[in-house]
Design a protein around this ligand. Structure first.
Ligand SMILES: [Zn+2]
Length: 526
């Protein structure tokens, strides 16, 4: 078995940074029990939804080699270290034509453009034919770092025949071509020149090319730069080490040095473009940040789009900033961001280059997969050549064709987010709460079809006397039984259930016992 990518989902629809969704690996564990072997894992790029679950998943599996491109491997290894997981991702330079041999498979990374440098597609040889794993990409002909999609390599490898193309489909509803990153270079310079106060930019911390564009403008205009927010500082450290960022000596200043400069001499990169509750930008907007205060002469640029579901928190943040009188520039009023996912022209160009027998759209919702199917049909494919499987659906390939195999049960596994943006303040907040009020973790297995508990939930209590601990376990279990006795019927929104458990137990413990412990509900769908 060869695994590609190990990402996580942000399960909460209104606030990134509260809940995480990690992959269910039961099918892998079962296969291992039947003495199948994992020969390796390949990771396409350094985004959370492609490698963020590594610290949660790797400890549950036997050892195997893991490969990724240089930046991705460095980001992943930083994450594993932070979580105390003693495993390592090997870096494979994209420029090499190095072929990895993993059991019966062999694989080559291919450079593509996306919103994080060192993004790759993977050409995989198997005993029955070749596969092209084309996750997140666009085809930008003038990327800021000048590292273009390696079309020559795509065509050269694809000429050996491709059984199936797995392709990004997130942009399949958009006609045409995504504008090049180069269209943003002049914007940053002009806007920065106009700004009399501080120039503040928020974007995804992994978008290193975007950071470089702003740095170039800052250098031309003689401004100093400062990075605010832990996730951003971590990424910039890795980017500096790999020489992916252009930061002339003396240009970067520390946060405590800000006061020595005039506002007009400053550019700040601030984490929190999604309006996350604990992010640096939210704290600045709420006047809670100890080093940064905004003035009406400052400009804040949101060089990102809200991730679907985060619109409300982003809009609230923009409102808060505007009330200070600050000039706020965001995507609906100016061209400040371009997507990292290709539109129909780019998706179609990949199909033309790869010329696969079958297609399998990945990385989008069902509507994006359907839009991709339409695109493939315009290119002359039959409807049945494009797979639109549900999660857990096995697709069996043979030399002569492909068909759906068995369907695996894939549970949704939710955990509380303990990583990502602003881990410091989050951990700090939990520790404060822990030291004062204790913690109650509730692990509930819930049958999604009938909406009930499959067994008495496991309750773990810390920070209370033995007597109180016993009492709390009983009270929580009883309350959970009561809660689910009245709730019957199919459950579609597990996040809601998780939150309801937290709320119900919190209220119960406060109302009856005046206790306010940290409640950590974990819901497992069975
Ligand atoms: Zn991505």
């Amino acid at each position: 078995m060869l695994i590609v990518d190990c990402g996580l989902g942000f399960a909460d629809e209104t606030m990134l940074g509260v809940d995480l969704l990690i992959p269910d690996i039961t099918y892998l564990q079962n296969a291992i029990k039947q003495s199948k072997r994992i020969v390796g894992m390949l990771i396409t790029h350094g985004h959370e939804d492609h490698m963020g679950a590594l610290p949660f998943i790797l400890p549950q599996l036997p050892d195997f080699p893991i490969y990724a491109t240089t930046l991705c491997a460095n980001l992943a290894n930083g994450k594993l270290k932070e979580f105390g997981v003693a495993k390592k991702v090997e870096a494979v330079p994209l420029e090499s034509d190095h072929e990895l041999h993993l059991g019966v498979f062999s694989a080559q990374f291919i450079r593509v453009t996306h919103s994080v440098p060192d993004t790759s597609h993977i050409f995989i040889r198997t005993p029955i034919g070749n596969f092209y794993h084309g996750s997140d990409f666009k085809i930008d002909e003038t990327p800021f770092d000048n590292k273009k999609t390696d079309k020559e390599k795509i065509k050269r490898l694809a000429a050996q025949g491709v059984m199936c193309l797995l392709s990004d489909c997130l942009g399949a509803e958009r006609q045409g071509h995504v504008p090049t990153e180069a269209t943003l270079t002049d914007f940053f310079f002009d806007e920065m020149k106009k700004t009399q106060g501080k120039f503040i930019v928020t974007t995804y911390s992994s978008n290193i090319n975007r950071l470089n564009q702003v740095l170039q403008a800052a250098q031309k205009l003689g401004r100093r730069v400062c990075f605010v927010g832990r996730s951003l500082v971590n990424t910039v450290e890795v980017a500096k080490m790999l020489k992916l960022i252009n930061l002339p000596k003396g240009m970067e200043i520390r946060m405590d040095e800000i006061k020595q400069y005039k506002n007009s001499q400053l550019v700040l990169f601030v984490a929190g473009s999604q309006g996350q509750e604990n992010s640096a930008l939210t704290r600045i907007a709420n006047k809670e940040h100890k080093d940064v205060r905004l003035t009406p002469q400052d400009t804040v640029v949101f060089s990102s789009d809200p991730i679907p579901g985060n619109e409300i928190s982003v809009n609230t943040l923009i409102d808060t900033l505007m009330r200070i009188g600050t000039n706020v520039v965001y995507s609906s009023i100016a061209h400040v961001h371009v997507s990292g996912h290709g539109s129909t022209d780019e998706l179609g160009e990949l199909i033309d280059m790869v010329k696969p027998k079958k297609l399998f759209p990945i990385g989008g919702n069902f509507k994006h997969m359907v839009a991709y199917q339409k695109l493939a049909m315009q290119k002359g494919y039959n409807k049945q050549d494009v797979f639109l499987p549900e999660d857990g659906q096995e697709i069996v390939f043979t030399r002569s064709g492909a068909a759906f195999g068995q369907k695996f049960m894939v549970r949704r596994v939710y955990v509380d987010q303990i990583s990502g943006e602003e881990i410091e303040s989050y951990v700090l907040r939990d520790r404060q709460k822990l030291s004062q009020d204790g913690v109650v973790a509730i692990i509930a297995e819930i049958d999604g079809e009938i909406g009930g508990l499959t067994q008495n939930p496991t309750v773990i209590v810390r920070g209370f006397s033995d007597k109180d601990t016993d009492m709390l376990i009983k009270v929580v279990q009883k309350e959970m039984q009561k809660m689910f006795a009245t709730k019957k019927g199919r459950i579609t929104n597990f996040m809601y259930v998780r939150r309801m458990i937290g709320k119900t137990i919190e209220e119960k413990l406060f109302r009856q016992y005046r206790k306010k412990p940290l409640i950590l509900p974990v819901v497992i769908e069975v």
